[in-house]
Design a binder for this molecule. Structure first.
Ligand SMILES: [Zn+2]
Length: 204
């Protein structure tokens, strides 16, 4: 395979006005009719080598090709995860859907159905903006969400007596409605919530 290497920087759009830069990337093919390019990512330290070889009509070996497609898919996966977080936080105006905490550095994009699952996936409807504590509480089935968006605290946790974190941070959320995105299109998918809530009831 003979490849003319055009080096560049790829800007991955996350939300309006926010981009992630990936450098270096190579144009591997171009389709003028569809106005698209195929690009591959590479590690910065190998970039110069490839550029040098490109000048001498470098024939790319299979191992190089596979290495590059591996790096490309790794970066694609990372962008995918990163953009899921950005999109979910934006939908919830950067606040915890359980407790309204508004510090992005303490917020995660939690999956309703895990990524690996068939119904999982990086859709905002499969996500919730949750603070670290509530993300862990949701994942470990201490708090569940009904398909009609109510938080349910596990029974044994409700009966426990402890300090303010347990009382205010967890027990008082019981039977309250979660914060939902302004746009109804971005609300958590009720089918996914139901699947997840049934799991919560099984273990609780
Ligand atoms: Zn919270």
């Amino acid at each position: 395979m003979t490849t003319i290497l055009t080096q560049g920087v790829y800007f991955h759009g996350i939300v309006k006005g926010k981009y992630l830069a990936v450098w270096p990337v190579y144009v591997m093919g171009d389709d003028p009719k569809a106005l698209t390019f195929t690009i591959a990512a590479d590690e910065p330290n190998t970039a110069q080598l490839f550029l040098h070889q490109a000048a001498t009509d470098y024939v790319m070996e299979d191992s190089t090709y596979f290495k590059r497609s591996y790096i490309t898919s790794t970066i694609r996966q990372r962008l995918h995860q990163k953009s899921f977080r950005e999109r979910v936080l934006e939908a919830y105006s950067s606040q915890c859907a359980f407790c309204k905490l508004k510090h992005a550095e303490l917020l995660d994009a939690a999956h309703i159905i895990p990524d690996a699952d068939e119904l999982g996936g990086p859709l905002v409807n499969n996500g919730l903006s949750l603070c670290k504590i509530h993300h862990a509480a949701f994942d470990s089935n201490i708090i569940g969400i009904t398909p009609d968006y109510k938080m349910m605290v596990r029974e044994d946790i409700l009966l426990e007596r402890d300090g303010p974190m347990l009382r205010h941070g967890i027990q008082q959320l019981h039977d309250q409605k979660i914060i939902l995105p302004k746009s109804k299109l971005l609300w958590p998918d009720q089918n996914r919530l139901e699947v997840r809530y049934n799991k919560f009831r099984e273990v609780g």
